[in-house]
Unconditional design. Sequence first.
Length: 233
Amino acid sequence: MPSSPVQIQPLHDWTVSPAEARALQSRLAPLVEVQDRLPDVRFIGGVDVGFEDNNTITRAALVVLSYPDLQVVERQLAKIPTAFPYVPGLLSFREMPAILQAYFRLKQKPDLLLCDGQGIAHPRRLGIASHLGLWLDLPTIGVAKKKLVGKHEAVPDTKGAWVPLQDKGETIGAVLRSRQGVLPLYVSPGHRVSQAGAVDWVLRCLTRYRLPEPTRQAHKLASLEKQSVPEQK
């Protein structure tokens, strides 16, 4: 049955400078919960973002899959003018306005959201997955293809193997081998999910590909008819 409409109170305005965006991240980061507080998960969403027309158009894709069978039940795309510059560590300010448009078009809202990007594995502990989780009050997980911050040991080349990602003495994520012979993923709690829970849910969503199925499906949709290469998250 489709989800009922939910009223979300905006956290802040999107018309900010990079300095104001960093200050907002520092203010919001303490609100992030890194303990498991999930409902009965029946639907899992995946989010990815691409760009068109020389990065002047942001293209946000959100795909909802049933769980545990991981079948696509809904896809939504939102395309809006890109209003924020590319600044490492501030991707949420560039991408989230389009993601939120796609999210609020969904008939079936997800119980858990996997984001192509960082959760707390971020210099100010507020990557796009954490920011989005706070905005929607939704459990989220960051599943990034590349490291933004932190150090780690080598990851064994075995599917499911992982090592901690650490920064300034703090464990901020896990470096997970999702498939033998491919580069690992950088998995971190977004909001309302623990570190162990984040790894567990990503493992549950893996099939035979490097990416977990929710973000793999979102990546396919975000990449469709794209006219420029997406910037790395």
